[in-house]
Design a protein around this ligand. Structure first.
Ligand SMILES: NC(=O)c1ccc[n+]([C@@H]2O[C@H](COP(=O)([O-])OP(=O)(O)OC[C@H]3O[C@@H](n4cnc5c(N)ncnc54)[C@H](OP(=O)(O)O)[C@@H]3O)[C@@H](O)[C@H]2O)c1
Length: 290
């Protein structure tokens, strides 16, 4: 493999990052950067890790994405999610590389009441969403060959921050422990299986895709429906109670309907499979199904 086939994955030990490292390695020479080796909010750290090297693409999955903490720490939120995008997109531009920024359905406010398309204007409801919109803009401003992938409600083998846990694992653990399950049924979204997102990015890089792309699995569900589907597929008969999000008393406003749909993938002959099929594949990958 030549120098121009090198791809940098930032956030390499994370839920999406770890799958990107293994999937992109099918076609590229992948160099993964963990948080210990690269701090996106620090331009000196970014330059030290990425500067002076030829890259085919730089993929930035790093984020400060705990929405409650983002509300409490807006400076850090913008430093990581917005300025982190600026610094890493500049590094990509300098080396003539494509730049990929991973974004979120939380750029939308949910008022549309139907799946959001790439052409819909963002209108975030919280600090996290606003910092990610800023990150999207700065990616576009700093790099000529930019790609923004919006994903949502992520599940993948490594778990959040590479620590094994995510929403589905929590539900299955609680069900097996006989603990009560109460899950919100009034927030609708499109879940994303990280392995599917990684495979999609492999194809998008191949096709030199640019611009904003919605990269969730197809379809819409509530968190309650996602939990119910996971329990059913695993043959667990735990009782699960649907609850309104108002009963959780979170200080953060969240979109009630943030499902995403792509009006762009078909132009490259690409599509994402339905979330139910992705969930089945995930449960198999994790060994939850025989
Ligand atoms: N998780 C979701 O449900 C969700 C939904 C929509 C969009 N997204 C977006 O998808 C992307 C990937 O999410 P994920 O679930 O894979 O997250 P994740 O598991 O937390 O992975 C993020 C990785 O980035 C690293 N990181 C965090 N802050 C960093 C910094 N300042 N500099 C360098 N590295 C840093 C983390 O390392 P440490 O853990 O060691 O800090 C972690 O390995 C993010 O951009 C997120 O905004 C996620």
């Amino acid at each position: 493999m030549g120098a121009s086939s090198r791809v940098a994955v930032i956030g390499a030990s994370g839920q999406l990052g770890s799958d990107l490292v293994r999937v992109l390695a099918q076609r590229y020479e992948v160099v993964g950067f963990t948080h210990a080796g690269l701090e996106v909010s620090d331009p000196t750290s970014v330059e030290a890790a990425l500067g002076g090297q030829p890259w085919f693409a730089i993929v930035n999955t790093a984020a400060f994405h705990k929405v409650e903490l983002c509300e409490a720490e807006p400076e850090r939120s913008f430093q990581v999610n917005a300025l982190g995008a600026l610094h890493t997109a500049k590094a990509a531009q300098k080396s003539g590389a494509r730049y990929v920024y991973i974004s979120t359905d939380y750029v939308f406010d949910g008022a549309k009441g139907a799946p959001y398309l790439e052409s819909d204007p963002p209108s975030p409801l919280n600090v996290y969403g606003a910092s990610k919109v800023a990150g999207e803009h700065l990616s576009r401003l700093a790099s000529e060959r930019w790609l923004v992938l919006r994903i949502a409600s992520v599940f993948g083998r490594a778990g959040a921050s590479g620590k094994g846990g995510n929403f589905i694992e929590t539900i299955l653990q609680k069900a097996r422990a006989g603990q009560p399950l109460r899950v919100v049924n009034d927030q609708l979204m499109s879940p994303s299986y990280t392995l599917d997102v990684a495979r999609l990015l492999l194809d998008l890089l191949e096709k030199d895709a640019q611009g904003v792309v919605h990269a969730t699995n197809a379809g819409v569900c509530s968190w309650f429906e996602l939990a119910q589907e996971a329990l059913q597929r695993c043959g667990l008969e735990a009782a699960i109670e649907p609850i309104p999000s108002s009963s959780l008393a979170s200080p953060v406003r969240r979109p009630a309907f943030s499902a995403l749909e792509s009006e762009r993938l078909s132009r490259w002959g690409l599509q994402m499979r339905p979330w139910q099929e992705a969930l089945e594949a995930y449960l198999r990958e994790k060994g939850h199904l025989a």
